[in-house]
Design a protein around this ligand. Structure first.
Ligand code: NDP
Ligand code: GDR
Length: 373
């Protein structure tokens, strides 16, 4: 029997990889996309099927996590075997600027889905995955962080996700819904949103290498993160819904690096050796040597990275490091792609785009360059 999955956030990084993964497994996949004034399906265009075709295996529905009747109607129509709740206002810094909206989407949005499952009498049929986050650990109480580590959220985003974590546990315990939390540490890819730190770095440096930008402005580059690849992590999201009993799992690599290290790797992928000097907001990165022809616009002595306090957060999560032992022992899951391999893949992809844009620019066409957050 063909299984049916419903993905909120299908147009995002994880949603796009998960949709690919489920289609390969033979699922019929339904996704919720938001109405936007421009097309917003770039990440899934390659798997899009014309709905006029007979029995398309990927179908999109307009919807929003703030809209109860819309979500209930979609779930009633789709009758999903599995719901993956990946939709969110997912940017931590933005959540300080839009805290109420973030709470509505990232907190109450989860309740709306769980209530719809209950209201429609699908408690025994529909399994539910909640995209929980290492941001729940925030001001860390224990290192490395595992399933039993106490939470201490440090942003409106993390507080909203804390509500979602517990309402997922509560609906499992109260109504017997197969519902679980994946507590995922940072995961990235060439499809990562351009304003998250890894992609901001790989895209920014590739643009600088090609002469499209002069300098990258960063926030707290001492922050430490446990970075994995999104492809490895969506596999785990599916595995969590295939067990006999629903449980919550930490998904991480167990390795930690600083933002500064990620900058150094990315620059090296472009043949740029950097030297960091100065302290705090006066720290800069200067080009020490250029060892390849991938960065024709850069020369020794150029300052290509500065600190801008605008990117500091009102409350920061300084360090995160996950312990994925439970996922390894119970599910046999281990990540296959290292942070360094992922960085190389991201830089290669962003360099391809930067070269294309440099060519367009040289012929007088406008290209997108600005980055915020
Ligand atoms: P993205 O930001 O790439 O994608 C978020 C998705 O949510 C997009 O499809 C977006 O739509 C959609 N969305 C935003 N607001 C709404 C709304 N009001 N109603 C419906 N959909 C909405 O995030 P990721 O793919 O990186 O992350 C997936 C999930 O996992 C998120 O919940 C995130 O918080 C969580 N998470 C992510 C981690 C990571 O490192 N990537 C780690 C831990 C948890 P649109 O394309 O229109 O903007
Ligand atoms: P994070 O990811 O907040 O961990 O949330 P992000 O990549 O935004 O930041 C990681 C760390 O880098 C520091 N940083 C900067 N961050 C951004 N975005 N821009 C900068 O210029 C910059 N300079 C330094 C940040 O302060 C932070 O310490 C991500 C999201 O995907 C969440 O949805 C998810 O839940 C968590 O990962 C796990």
């Amino acid at each position: 029997m063909t299984k049916t999955a419903l993905i909120t956030g299908i147009t995002g990084q994880d949603g796009s990889y998960l949709a690919e993964f489920l289609l390969e497994k033979g699922y019929e996949v339904h996704g919720i996309k938001r109405r936007a004034s421009l097309f917003n399906t770039q990440r899934i265009d390659h798997i899009y099927e014309d709905p006029h075709n007979p029995n398309p295996r990927l179908r999109l529905h307009y919807g929003d996590l703030t809209d109860t009747s819309n979500l209930t109607r979609i779930i009633q129509e789709v009758q999903p075997d599995e719901v993956y709740n990946l939709g969110a206002q997912s940017h931590v810094a933005v959540s300080f600027e839009a805290p109420e909206y973030t709470a509505d989407v990232d907190g109450i949005g989860t309740l709306r889905l769980l209530e719809a499952i209950r209201f429609l009498g699908l408690e025994k049929k529909t399994r539910f995955y909640q995209a929980s986050t290492s941001e729940l650990f925030g001001l860390v109480q224990e290192t490395p962080q595992k399933e039993t580590t106490p939470f201490y959220p440090r942003s409106p985003y993390a507080v909203a996700k804390l509500y979602s974590y517990w309402i997922t546990v509560n609906y499992r315990e109260s109504y017997g819904i197969y519902a679980c939390n994946g507590i995922l540490f940072n995961h990235e890819s060439p499809r990562r949103g351009e304003t998250f730190v890894t992609r901001k770095i790989t895209r920014g440096l590739a643009n600088i290498a090609q002469g499209l930008e002069q300098c990258l402005y960063m926030g707290n580059i001492d922050a430490l993160r446990d970075w994995g690849h999104a492809k490895d992590y969506v596999r785990m999201q599916w595995m969590m819904l295939q067990q006999d009993r629903p449980e919550d799992f930490v998904i991480a690599t167990g390795l930690q690096y600083s933002v500064r290290e990620f900058i150094t790797w990315s620059a090296r992928e472009l043949g740029i050796e950097l030297e960091f000097t100065g302290q705090g907001v006066d720290e800069v990165a200067t080009v020490a040597r250029v060892t390849s022809d991938m960065a024709p616009a850069v020369k020794a002595g150029d300052v290509i990275l500065r600190i801008d306090p605008k990117y500091f957060r009102p409350a920061e999560v300084e360090t995160l490091l996950g312990d994925p032992s439970k996922a390894k022992q119970k599910l046999g899951w281990t990540p296959e792609i290292t942070a360094q391999e992922m960085c190389a893949e991201m830089v290669a992809e962003d360099l391809r785009t930067a070269r294309r844009h440099a060519l367009l620019k040289s012929h007088g066409y406008a290209v997108p360059v600005s980055i915020e957050n």
